[in-house]
Design a protein around this ligand. Structure first.
Ligand code: URA
Length: 271
């Protein structure tokens, strides 16, 4: 019996690894910001431009205001996507950087002047390794859906957080709040005509709503930047990782994409 135990443990571990289980988690995420275990934020490279703050992002308890203020200053100082990517990579205020991320910040892929910005939840293992969002199994399904809707060349793809949450758990509202100034700056630089919010954690954070994705999806919402700038139409839809588990729901995501392309094509048509 004892002799077979290591083999059994090895086989169980291999089974878990195959299933993508590569981290041990507690039932509830540990908030490293609240626990004060995140590296102290570096001072911004130049004096922060005063960023007008019309609304405070909802966060789940911990005080993230220092990290958010630092992210805002860094984001505001980035004149283009390249500078924004460098600012994100050098930012130490998001605890995910020191938890789930094995290698690097994952910022974006796609067309830097795309009319549609796709915003997912957060990078997974493959994204973390390759440094690009949505390149794993869920990303491949997303690509097939975008291609079928004739959107491949018309998207800029990013996430609400730029580092992989450990074990691919959902990013917390605090982690999303800390990364939000960078997402907002990306939206300002890309200037898309509309947003496609992929998954409940993305839709809730971007729209600042506490409804589930099944009630948010399929209808237009307004995304409002925190500085009170112009609003953008936003379409929440189901996450491709969910569709991989529930293929029967694909028709709903397809209908969301058709609603989005119909509006996009209508806006692009000359009067
Ligand atoms: N899921 C997401 O939400 N984003 C990715 O980049 C990959 C998987």
């Amino acid at each position: 019996m004892t002799a077979t135990l290591p083999a059994a443990a090895e086989s169980l571990l291999a089974f878990w690894a195959d299933a993508g289980v590569d981290a041990m988690l507690l039932d509830e995420p540990v908030d490293r910001i609240a626990a004060g275990r995140v590296a102290p934020p570096k001072p911004p490279p130049r004096p922060p431009a005063p960023a007008p703050v019309a609304r405070v992002l909802p966060t789940a308890g911990p005080d993230v205001s220092t990290a958010v203020a630092q992210a805002r200053a860094l984001a505001a100082a980035a004149p283009d996507l390249e500078a924004l990517a460098a600012a994100i990579a050098g930012f130490d205020g998001c605890p995910l950087k020191f938890e789930g991320a094995a290698s690097q910040a994952v910022f974006y892929r796609g067309d830097p002047s795309a009319p549609v910005m796709v915003i997912g939840e957060g990078p997974g293992q493959e994204e973390d390794q390759r440094g690009q969002p949505f390149v794993g199994r869920a990303g491949k399904l997303l690509d097939r859906m975008l291609a079928a809707a004739n959107l491949t060349e018309r998207v800029f793809i990013t996430n609400t957080v730029f580092w992989r949450p450990p074990g691919n758990r959902t990013p917390t509202p605090a982690e999303q709040a800390v990364c939000a100034p960078f997402v907002e700056r990306a939206i300002a630089l890309v200037a898309p005509a509309m947003l496609l919010l992929v998954g409940g954690a993305s839709a809730k954070a971007m729209l600042r709503k506490d409804e589930g994705i099944l009630s948010l999806r399929g209808r237009w919402h307004e995304w409002r930047p925190s500085d009170g700038g112009p609003e953008l139409p936003a379409m929440p839809t189901l996450h491709p990782a969910f569709l991989l588990r529930q293929p029967g729901a694909k028709k709903r995501a397809w209908s969301d994409l058709l609603t989005l392309t119909e509006r996009l094509d209508r806006q692009a048509r000359p009067e």
